[in-house]
Write a protein that binds this ligand. Structure first.
Ligand code: AMP
Ligand code: ZN
Length: 133
C-alpha cells in the first residue's frame, strides 16, 4: 500500500508530530485537530480499518490507546477524552489505514454530543433481533 498516507508517515516519507512509537504502533497529532492534543494511533502494519485488522494486534492497540489517553488527559489537564474510530466511508472514514482518534475534551470546548432520533419499541426489538441472528 505505498500510496497510503499513513504508511508514508510510518516510513517517515511524510513528517508528523510524533508523540509515541513502539514496535507495532505509532501515535501522532492530528493535523486538523478538534482540540490541541487530538491524536491518532495507528498500527505500523497496514490494514484498512479496525474491522479488517487482526485480533491480536487490535487487542494490543487498545492498551496503547488507553496509555496515551491517560497521558494526554494528565499532561493537558483535559476534562475528558473521546476515543473514536470511523470505519468505512459511510461512517466518515477518509484515511483508509486503521486509526483511533484520541480527543482531549474541555468543558467549554463547544462540542456537542451527536443528535439522537426517536424510535418505537418495535423498532428496537426488530433491530436487536436482526443483529443477534
Ligand atoms: P478519519 O479517516 O475521518 O477518521 O480521519 C482521518 C484524520 O486524519 C483526520 O482527522 C485528518 O485531520 C487526519 N490527517 C490527515 N492527514 C494527516 C496528516 N498528514 N497528519 C496528521 N493527521 C492527518
Ligand atoms: Zn497504510
Amino acid at each position: 500500500m505505498n500510496d497510503c498516507l499513513f504508511c508514508k508517515i510510518v516510513s517517515g516519507e511524510i513528517p508528523s508530530y510524533k508523540i509515541y512509537e513502539d514496535e507495532d504502533f505509532l501515535a501522532f497529532l492530528d493535523i486538523n485537530p478538534v482540540n490541541l492534543g487530538h491524536t491518532l494511533v495507528i498500527p505500523k502494519k497496514h490494514s484498512t480499518n479496525i474491522l479488517e485488522m487482526e485480533d491480536e494486534l487490535s487487542k494490543k492497540m487498545i492498551i496503547v490507546v488507553k496509555k496515551i489517553s491517560q497521558k494526554i488527559k494528565t499532561s493537558l489537564k483535559s476534562d475528558g477524552i473521546n476515543i473514536l474510530i470511523n470505519n468505512e466511508a459511510g461512517a466518515g472514514q477518509i484515511i483508509f489505514h486503521t486509526h483511533i482518534h484520541i480527543i482531549p475534551r474541555f468543558k467549554d470546548d463547544g462540542l456537542q454530543h451527536w443528535p439522537s432520533k426517536k424510535f418505537t419499541s418495535e423498532d428496537f426489538l426488530k433491530t436487536a433481533e436482526k443483529i443477534k441472528k
